[in-house]
Design a protein around this ligand. Sequence first.
Ligand SMILES: Cc1ncc(COP(=O)(O)O)c(C=O)c1O
Length: 413
Amino acid sequence: MNVFSGTNNFFEIKSTFRKLFSKNMVDGHEIVLYEQAIKNIFNANNVFTFASGRMGFYTILKAIDIKKDDEIIIPSFTCVVVPNAILYSGAKPIYCDIQETDFNIDVSKIETLITSKTRVLYAQHTFGQMSNINKIIEISKKYNLIVIEDVALALGSKIHNQYAGTLGDFGYVSTDRSKIINTGLGGIVFVNNKNYIKNFENIYRNIPYLSETLTKKIAISFIINIITLNPWFYWLGKFINTILSKLKILVYFLDEPFTNKDQISKYPYPARLSNILANIGLSQIQLLNKNLYNRKKITNYYNNILQIYTYDYINSKQNVFLRYSFLIKNRNTWEEKFSKKIDLSIWFKTIASGRNNNFEEINYNIGSNNTSEYVCKHIFNLPTHNQIKPEKLEKLLYELKNSGDIITKEHIL
Ligand SMILES: Cc1ncc(COP(=O)(O)O)c(C=O)c1O
């Protein structure tokens, strides 16, 4: 997957390159500055940074003292690292079906899944569209459950001026190269419920950093990605990028199929964010509003032609549209056409993206959640980062609109 946020700038490359030769590449003051900047922007008191979102999520589960066989209700339309983190903690993912309108958990089905073992309701804001968080919080209060918001795909989305991630008991963000902001790899946790702060801090204190060697590789990968995936020489750059990936010069945390934490041997899990990446985050977080503004502009461009959502839905602050997503017939044909123009890489083609078979290993029974499985077969999503020049897609977007292949009947919001 070559997709990246496309919001990084020359200044970030230069300062990352410089820091490769400094003593404080792994631990250092930029982490404090980055966390403080996040606190200020998101009006949050307790912010902790990690080497990835999944590691932040796993640490949240530890902080609530999750027990073996405790149950966590998640949507059956997610990334495989989510159920994996639950399995690493000893708990069980329980899958709730989604709505085909916004790809978020179907709140009308949550209560049927609650048992005496349920501990957590997982509020994932899919593709940057906010889930029905108020209803999820209401149900959590009725059954005394914890709400964890997954803001991996929705950084900056807000309701009544309060940001996603700060609404539930906990929230976490991913900042890898495909997300709203890109720090190479990275994650942020918000601890909002005061009752858990001490516990979280105690666990966090003992979490290690990534090694200097791995940190260096991640930082070099960040620089190479920005240069090679620049739209000015995109196809040549993409070719070079693919070769460097194959040679394992570029490193990522893959969406591994591992269901046991002991199978992860290449890096500590969980680990903290390295200083050199926090330094990128510091720049990225200051540019968040500009980034979101550009994404909205591109989303509006797509929507003006395809007319899938209402104007108000597109421009609502609740939705940041990391991907402009909809359902489609004949997906393979359209995937091929769009892939000739942009780096498309459609997201979430399976109920736990990154896993393509043996779903029982992550406690999912095929056939159990019909809407999710239907959406996986028909989902189509376009990137909105600012390296995308949507005008280049104009003809193709009209062709798609006129083809009748967009599944709209149940989709207009
Ligand atoms: C919905 C969702 N949640 C969580 C994550 C985890 O983020 P990370 O890759 O930083 O661990 C991802 C990753 O893509 C995701 O798509």
